[in-house]
Design a protein around this ligand. Sequence first.
Ligand code: GLA
Ligand code: ZN
Length: 666
Amino acid sequence: MNPVFNRILYGGDYNPNQWPRNVWKEDMEIFKDAHINSATINVFSWAKIQPSEETYDFSELDDIIDMLGRENYDIVLATSTAALPAWMVKRYPEVMRTDYEGRAHKFGGRHNACPNSPVFQGFAKKLAGKLAKRYGSNPHIACWHISNEYGGECYCENCAKAFRVWLREKYKTIEAVNKAWNMEFWGHTLYDWDEIVLPNALSDGIGYDKTAFAGLSIDYCRFNSDSLLANFKMERDAVREFDKETPITTNLMGTYKALDYFKWAKEMDVVSWDNYPSYNTPWSQTAMRHDLMRGLKGAPFMLMEQTPSQQNWQRYNSLKRPGQMRAQSYQTIAHGADTIQFFQLRRSVGGCEKFHGAVIAHAGTKDTRVFREVKQLGEELERLDMLLGAENKAEVGIVFDWDNYWALEYTSGPNVDITYVGTIHQYYEFFYRKNIAVDMIPVDADFGKYKLIVAPVLYMVKQGMKEALERFVAGGGILVTTYMSGIVGESDNVHLGGYPGPLRKLAGVWVEEIDALAPEQKNKAVFVDGGEAECGLVCDLMHLEGAESLADYGKDFYAGMPAVTKNTFGNGAVFYVGTRLSKDGLDRVLGQVVKQADVTSVIAQETELEVVCRETQSTKFYFIMNFKDGEYPVPACFAGKTDLLTDEVIKEGEILKKYEVRLVKM
Ligand code: GLA
Ligand code: ZN
């Protein structure tokens, strides 16, 4: 794949505007020593570059860009629109958001603009255009960074009006709205568009997480995602007017719930994202998020932010252990990143992020553990440009879908503990552990590219999905799906005629009832060979309609009913997992699945290490990483190869300690 950049960008958020100029000089010298070649600037400088409605002042930004240009940096230039200046809020209070509780906000915070405020839009667009006009032809600008971490919601009157317009376009008639949201329930029937209100704590929201009318709330999620996306597109287009070429991105946040990133990615030239695992985030979960970010465009992505040491905003901001930042960075590259950027380059003096890790600590010196590790990585990355654009290939696709994310978690019943990302991750983790490469794919992906599609909790089956899955399986594909699948259509109304609705024929089962189990309640799945595994959360009570049972429930009044099934359909097969299985239970099922699908691991040998492959047309690059507490040998197939990071030949039986990494070319 053609790489977006000419070299691996290595650097990150840099805020010289928060520092006196004598510090800038020191910065340049220190960063050079760390082999830093890129800086993301102007992320939160709106008040500085536009001190009032009538005046713009780019003099300091000019100097920063000149300085970075002289040092041959690849500059990631942000548009600064993610935090509103005080003067704007004073003069136009409507630019601020109204929250879920219906409170109109005052000046403060960030990510605080109402996306549907024409005043905000006007100022943001103008600023983006001015920046592009001024700097768009500067060869050192490597990438545009629109706003910052788009997110959140607004429930103001401007948004309500815009929502009605959005709905009119989608549904055409108010009758269609009533039908979609099933408004006959509780007598909520609407007779006029202006009777529609936003679903928050003042109306149909139940807490922040639940809702009385999921159809309405899901439409609001779609609308809100679209509103913020419209803000992005507006600034992007303003930049494009003056700069036709430089790639444009905005930094995403992995499995962040509020934005439909598959839709967003279509509008972005390159995906970038911010990776902030906490001390107890499983490495498989971070890997999954990388795969998702790569999956958004099916292309390498930018790692826009990570901390070199610790965060400040988590409950427990533990230090990264020696070697951890390096290992995390290689995992990121292994899963498709072409850049490694930090938040931030110099630790700030005040504000809530003063304890956030940075390349330069408050001590202001190079003589720190963190700096030495940043420098080592910089030296290594400088020699790895051959990785740019290399692809990750997978035979397995795991479906991820924001509509499903919203719908599943809005659902009232059967069990409050069902989570979308958690369930997807339970399935992903199996493949991660087996070093089987996975693509995270949208519901409208080309399934034919894969041998195996895994679609856990495919709660909402939208138009066309049934046919696409049937085609895939009939053609020889293997599909895995689970409880809470095939239940509703795109407005959250149930597919009548028995669960799993449109997937019933495909799965060859009818789910008559769904039991919910509290955390302390368990059932068990008894496999046909007599093996047993614990299960819980929900138990589908199902009848075979052509499928065979792979495991039956072992307890309760539905003991003996199937818990896991397999149905042959055309040339392929569908595995239906009717309950949340324990790890060993799921291992059994997915073990059988990968055998039948003839899916292979990245390397033949089983290992406790994470092994990931990225490939160009001529070369395969293998990343071999240890994220476990134990020490494990490098798989035998790599013995005798040269580690590209150290230039040392890997010895047979060589041991990798926690956070050690090898990179091998084949
Ligand atoms: C986010 C933001 C940054 C910074 C970091 C701190 O990712 O984009 O501005 O606040 O968090 O972790
Ligand atoms: Zn608003």
